[in-house]
Design a protein around this ligand. Structure first.
Ligand code: GNR
Ligand code: NI
Length: 163
């Protein structure tokens, strides 16, 4: 199965807003498998379709220690349950190589999504999954961890990335 090419900052295609998925066919399953394979090869804990230049609302995640718990989320939606409960995390991104950015994100959230067959699911994620799913949904909205840096650090990063 093919490894997909990951877009790198500051590629403008990373800024596209992804579209909701309504067709649950074989090609969606193929895409999720290719995304998982790409994520494992690049040693990431998550990957959004936007990062592989497919502008549909699907993400894959594996936050397990043994990298044996692949998860696929179609049309994921996070609802913040307590906007005062924020946790910091040093986030990295396969599309923004070479930087780690401390991001504060809500820690008490509800997650709704569809599986690859189109069935609805809901959970209250914990730990790294809470951070990662928000990082991936940011990708689907065209947002990157670079956006959390100060303007000065953003311009330095852009210069470095376009050299
Ligand atoms: O591999 C990744 N590690 C990571 C670490 C902290 C917070 C988020 C992430 S996601 C990232 C892979 C990636 O770029 N997903 O979009
Ligand atoms: Ni990322």
């Amino acid at each position: 199965m093919p490894i997909l090419k990951i877009l790198k900052y500051p590629d403008p295609r990373l800024r596209k807003v992804a579209e909701e998925i309504s067709l649950f066919d074989k090609s969606l399953e193929t895409l999720s498998n290719d995304m998982l394979e790409t994520m494992y090869k690049e040693n990431g804990i998550g990957l959004a379709a936007t990062q592989v230049d497919i502008h549909k609302r699907i993400v894959v995640i594996d936050v397990s220690e043994d990298r044996d718990d692949p998860m696929v989320f179609v049309n994921p939606v996070v609802t913040i349950l307590d906007d005062k409960s924020l946790v910091p995390c040093e986030e990295g991104c396969l599309s923004v190589p070479g930087v780690n950015v401390e991001v504060m994100r809500p820690d008490k959230v509800k997650l709704n999504w569809l599986d690859i067959k189109g069935n609805n699911h809901e959970m209250h994620p914990e730990g790294l999954l809470t951070v990662c799913i928000q990082h991936e949904i940011d990708h689907l909205e065209g947002k990157l961890i670079a956006d959390f840096l100060s303007p000065l650090k953003q311009s330095r990063l852009k210069k470095k990335a376009t050299k």
